[in-house]
Design a protein around this ligand. Structure first.
Ligand code: SAH
Length: 351
């Protein structure tokens, strides 16, 4: 029996209802099971205590519950926790718990490795092995929620898709996971507390807008000059800034939500007036704000955090143009949990 067992969380509610009807039971049973799986996050059928023993056995005969395991946990001096997450097939991704004042943010992964080639990012040095399943994304959120309760005495409050991978390259699974995270029959979190971060894939940004998603969007811009952007993010040759801008304008028209631009300033790359002016012009063309991210070195001398004066010059130019800009300080640096550093050294792949 075990070879043909399917992962029960790959089934929709309707499919589970059909299963129970086929087995001579009532469709209502599926709702009970669904609640255990997606609202209470149980990992074995025996934990479904309001089901009869025979129903639990029936489920166990037909299905498995593939779930993640927190393989290793590292805690930073600043409270950040990095988790190495082992997937059911042995592959490893990382998720990070970031405590900020009275909130807890989960930074989750969407792919094993990444297929994009951002020159400054540690994950980009890994091959993309596969997309995460919806339940593998969902489980990271549940695990971090549990850690937040255990270590900080409060539930998880925010989720950012800024871990390993490009979430829009795993569009369907990421959206399914968000549905389970936000739905009343799942974790019931507000979509307003979720931010999807993308390197900027215009067609998929348009699709998200048309699909009327309810969460926030962040775009890793890093340069508003096409030649610079494609030199540090080579995939951008195929997705010019003009297309990105019009996709973002479409996003705003459809959702009325402003975009957050993530932006790192590097010495000799984008720390001059020309780049500052280009960013201001870009921001003025779509309702947006800017998050200036501190750079986390990954062992490449070409990328060095710009001098504080350059960051100040960005801040004052943006302020003058009435564009909101904030600086995001690095967290979890001492445990390689900071932005762009996720590459799980345990996988044996040198970073
Ligand atoms: N692929 C998605 C999400 C993962 S990266 C994206 O590109 O948005 C999350 C953020 O970290 C992105 O803004 C990315 O550009 C940034 N980042 C990557 N490497 C970094 C590094 N070494 N230091 C600081 N930020 C980095």
């Amino acid at each position: 029996m075990s070879v043909s067992k399917k992962d029960i969380r790959a089934y929709s509610l309707e499919e589970l209802q059909a299963f129970f009807v086929e087995q001579g039971d009532r469709p209502f049973r599926a709702k009970q099971v669904y609640q255990w799986l997606w609202s209470k996050g149980v990992h074995d059928f025996d934990g479904m205590t309001n089901l009869s023993k025979s129903t639990r056995k029936l489920l166990d005969d037909h299905f498995t519950i593939n779930h993640i395991a927190v393989d290793q946990q590292q805690r930073s001096e600043d409270g950040t926790i990095k988790n190495a997450i082992r997937l059911f097939d042995g592959r490893v991704v990382e998720s990070v718990l970031i405590p900020v004042a009275d909130r807890t943010t989960a930074c989750v992964s969407s792919q094993v490795g990444c297929s994009l080639d951002c020159a400054f990012c540690a994950t980009a040095r890994l091959d993309r092995m596969r997309n995460l399943q919806p339940d593998e994304i969902f489980d990271q959120v549940v695990a971090i929620d549990q850690q937040s309760k255990a270590y900080f005495d409060r539930p998880l409050s925010n989720i950012v898709f800024m871990g390993m991978g490009e979430p829009l390259m795993n569009y369907n699974n990421v959206l399914k996971a968000i549905e389970k995270i936000t739905d009343a029959s799942g974790l019931g979190m507000s979509p307003k507390r979720i931010t999807l971060s993308t390197s900027g894939l215009p067609k998929l940004i348009r699709k998200m807008a048309d699909d009327q998603v309810q969460f926030h969007l962040a775009v890793s811009l890093h340069s508003a000059l096409q030649s610079t952007r494609e030199s540090i993010m080579p995939f951008a040759q195929k997705f010019p800034l003009t297309d990105l801008l019009s996709a973002l304008q479409h996003w705003y028209v459809q959702t009325k939500r402003q975009v957050t631009f993530e932006y790192v300033v590097w010495k000799g790359i984008n720390d001059d007036q020309q780049h500052i002016k280009a960013l201001v012009d870009f921001c003025l063309r779509v309702p947006s704000k800017v998050n200036l991210i501190e750079y986390n070195a990954i062992g490449d001398d070409a990328f060095v955090q710009a001098a504080p004066e350059a960051i100040e010059a960005y801040l004052s130019a943006l302020k003058k143009a009435r564009i909101t800009a904030t600086i995001r300080r690095s967290r979890g640096k001492d445990i390689d949990a900071a932005c762009g550093q996720l590459a799980n050294k345990k996988s044996g792949i040198p970073v």
